[in-house]
Design a protein around this ligand. Sequence first.
Ligand code: ZN
Length: 265
Amino acid sequence: MSSMSRRRFLTLMVAGLGAAACGTQSDGTATTVAPTASSIPPPTTAPTTSTTAPVTSTTSSTTTTSAMPPPEQIDVICKEAWGALPVAGDFTPHAIDRITIHHTAVLLEENALAPARLRQHQAFHQSRGWPDLAYHFMIDAAGNVYEGRPVDAVGDTGTDYDPTGHLLICCEGNFDEQELPPPQYETLIQMVAWGAAQYGVAPASVQGHRDVAATNCPGDRLYGPIADGTLAGDVAAVLGEDREPTVICGEAAFDRVAEIEGSGA
Ligand SMILES: [Zn+2]
């Protein structure tokens, strides 16, 4: 079962990127970047590829509402569902051998804004000439995970390090200015545990962006648990649980995004 879902997951992750622009993004300006809407495939068309997931029936929109995915799976909201633009360039393949944590450096006061922020980040990253969102996975304040650049593609960065080999996991928010929400941290633990097991990365070696480049990323409050070993300990504690990120798409994923955007939380 788990090998199945892993295979499915890898198959799905077709495009991705990584890199961090933490801090370089002019952030606040988010509102200027608009609406990718026009280029986003309408919910009804995209989905089917069926990529999907174990996640239950597509008909009952309420089923997936819970923020807690089933124990064996970490739902990853597909790019179509969060409104990603098409990939705009070629990816460079790589093999992951380390994990690096980022923040977006943009204060996230309402999680309902998370999907819109993602669209802005991706548009901004593509405006820099990058093919896609710089990161492989994004985690919002409520602990939802979003599909970014394919994991087998090197990420991008506006800073001075080579992201080749780095699995880039980015938490939405500015953790120099805001606290790290517990649900976001819980999901980070699960994602890092998966990455550590999948790629043979020692939990103690998981680093923050600032460990490899001149940046404040991932912000003091997110860097704290990385630097003092708390994250490594929390990851080690769940290593055997074998939860895997699984991309969900189709109606279930679109409903999830609509729910997040309408939550106001
Ligand atoms: Zn970063």
